[in-house]
Design a protein around this ligand. Structure first.
Ligand SMILES: [Zn+2]
Length: 643
């Protein structure tokens, strides 16, 4: 429920709210009681007539505002007394008066008057407030009578599990139409809030709506839905929009950051809202910068749309039985950058800048405006060259003769395995070549290109997500494909015949589920970081998968023990071209690829002689004493073609 405290959602038009699929608005009894006053609602036949809102309205009872707004107030058994912030008059709000007001406002869902206390109060104060809330709940039910408007009870009990359990039991024994969890989002930690939510939802009836009041971020919603909550209200989508913050499928984006200046992409590439389909980040960044109201309005519209869409997607996954997969996949993605709350106040600006450049085990290192991904555990930098796109072309895309092979007259897709997606440098270089070909008039006129099936293998998406967050440093990612791949694990350009899929998880397991490759870009971190992928047994498995296809594998290393592992596994091994700082690289060919006219420069007797003398002659992970790999290399047919 978007929050329309004063019978309006801040800076939003009703048409946009209706378009985004909003079903219920939240309005506030306390504020509406003071302004415009109940007589206005009586004149307009309630809030629906007054604001011309055709869908449902839920009204908060005023309990939370009495607790949270400054000024004098007294709580008695009878009700609460407080000074109006409008005209300083004393206002009395009892359970009966609150229900009468909500009836006049014409809410479809009314809330009981409750007593909120800070999450830090001691047990006896929390219990007193809870007991009073229970007595008021009964009075609200009586005051509601048999009217048609629904009435929800509210569970209180601060952060005390025993009180929360007791309150859930007492309130759910009363004949309410739905049940709310109140008194959260008032200073407790996210973990406390989640624990508390779980305790309460366990005790609530399954067949009535559960409503977590005043919560929260997109991640809070995910966690609460996981614990059985159905409804939420929160001002964050509109309040943070005013500050320039958007919730997106890639996490939270803060348009106050200079990094977004001039970025020509929608704020959420996966969103279909008016803002995302009409304006670039650059424009929204500018509006924010000049304090233009439209910036607030457009970001708020997106945020509300995103929240509604998130709820629809969560509902869809629950109904489809795929909730757990969705929940696990989204936990670290939703609201990825930060969370509201006090945790970051002691972090200095410089530290915050540094933190924004880190994610999981990776960090971004910027050199002369070019971003590189560094594995913080091993210290290794992916593509440490000046231009990762240039390296992708000279080491993988070029030598693989991608352009030539895509122009072959074939209808079977060319299958490329991109092992070690990283920040998608190789994959994007491939897609850009394929798209360029599809656009070239000569090609387009002649005939369709061979379809391309690009499969990226990655066990940790953090490097891509990090690069997408720092997109200024990774300009080749300014394309819909990597954004969609990160979220949906798939992107396709049907007209150009390109399909890109992500196979998450461990390559050693996931490769068995993939179609056999024509080309492999073998670009994981080195054996220092990803030792398991470079071992003799890993290459033996790979040889088995490529046994019946003509596969060429390209990799950046020319290490003797890697080449030994490839040869011992049954690959033919050729010299790859020099690139950047590397004098040589390596190409491995499956026996079928080697049997054809491949034009590669296979390693010869000279290499074999060097290998025999080398300290690095043992393939990674092989038993040095095992004769089988030594015989396989010495007797490899590539060294005995003339015999
Ligand atoms: Zn949007």
């Amino acid at each position: 429920m978007p929050v329309g405290t004063h019978a309006a959602v801040r800076a939003q038009r009703r048409e946009d709210l209706l378009d985004s699929g909003v079903q219920v608005l939240l309005a506030n009894t306390y504020h509406l009681l003071l302004r415009p006053g109940l007589e206005i609602f009586e004149k307009f036949a309630g809030i629906h007539g007054f604001m011309n809102w055709p869908r449902s309205v839920l009204t908060d009872s005023g309990g939370f505002q009495i607790f949270s707004l400054p000024g004098s107030r007294t709580m008695r058994e009878e009700g609460a007394e407080f000074r109006s912030y409008v005209d300083r008059q004393t206002v009395h709000l009892s359970p009966e008066r609150s229900i009468a007001a909500q009836k006049s406002i014409g809410a479809d869902i009314m809330m009981v008057l409750d007593q909120c206390v800070p999450s830090t109060v001691d047990h006896s104060a929390a219990k007193a407030a809870m007991d009073l809330t229970h007595r008021w709940a009964r009075r609200c039910l009586t005051a509601r009578g048999d009217g048609a408007q629904a009435l929800f009870g509210i569970v209180q009990g601060a952060s005390y599990p025993d009180l929360r359990r007791e309150s859930a039991r007492v309130i759910s024994d009363m004949p309410f139409d739905g049940f709310a969890i109140g008194g959260l989002a008032v200073g407790e930690t996210a973990a406390e809030r989640e624990e508390c939510t779980g305790i309460v939802t366990e005790s609530l009836p399954q067949d009535r709506p559960r409503y977590l009041m005043g919560v929260g971020t997109t991640r809070d919603l995910l966690e609460a839905v996981h614990r059985g909550v159905d409804m939420f209200d929160c001002i964050l989508p509109t309040a943070l929009a005013k500050q320039g913050v958007a919730f997106t499928s890639l996490g939270r984006r803060d348009l106050r950051r200079a990094a977004y200046r001039g970025v020509d992409a929608p704020i959420d590439p996966n969103c279909t809202c008016h803002t995302c389909t009409t304006y670039s980040i650059a424009y929204l960044w500018h509006l924010q910068r000049v304090h233009e109201t439209q910036g607030w309005q457009l970001l708020g519209l997106h945020n509300i749309h995103f929240y509604q869409e998130l709820m629809r997607r969560m509902r869809g996954h629950i109904l489809a039985g795929t909730w757990l997969d969705f929940y696990r996949a989204q936990r670290d993605v939703l609201d990825a950058r930060d969370s509201y709350g006090p945790a970051v106040t002691h972090v200095t600006r410089a530290q915050r800048r540094k933190l924004a450049l880190r994610r999981g085990r990776y960090e971004v290192v910027a050199r002369d405006g070019v971003g590189h991904i560094r594995d913080m555990r091993s210290g290794e930098i992916m593509h440490p060259v000046d231009d990762p796109q240039e390296e992708a072309r000279s080491l993988y895309v070029g030598p693989a003769r991608l352009a030539e092979r895509l122009q072959a007259d074939e209808s079977v897709p060319l299958v490329i395995w991109d092992v070690g997606l990283g920040a998608a440098a190789n994959a994007m270089a491939t897609i850009l070549v394929a798209e360029g070909l599809a656009r070239a008039p000569a090609v387009a006129a002649a005939r369709a290109l061979r379809p391309l099936s690009l499969l990226s293998f990655e066990n940790d998406l953090d490097s891509l997500l990090l690069a997408l967050q720092q997109i200024d440093l990774f300009p080749y990612l300014r394309h819909a494909a990597p954004h969609l791949l990160a979220v949906e694990h798939r992107w396709a350009a049907r007209a150009a015949g390109i399909e890109w899929r992500l196979l998450p998880g461990d390559f050693r397991a996931s490769k068995f589920a993939a179609p056999p490759p024509d080309i492999i870009y073998f670009d994981p971190f080195s054996f220092k970081t990803d030792s398991d992928l470079w071992s003799l047994s890993a290459f033996r498995e790979l040889a088995q998968v490529c046994a019946t296809s003509a596969t060429e594998l390209f990799t950046y290393t020319y290490s003797t023990s890697v080449r030994a592992a490839m040869l011992a596994a049954g690959f033919y091994v050729a010299k790859g071209s020099a690139t950047g700082p590397k004098a040589e690289t390596t190409i491995a060919l499956s026996p079928r690829a080697a049997a054809g006219p491949h034009g590669r420069e296979l390693l010869g007797e000279e290499w074999l002689a060097k290998w025999r003398r080398s300290d690095a002659r043992v393939p990674f992970g092989a038993d040095p004493e095992d004769p089988s790999w030594q015989e396989a290399i010495s007797g490899h047919p590539q060294f005995h073609t003339r015999a």
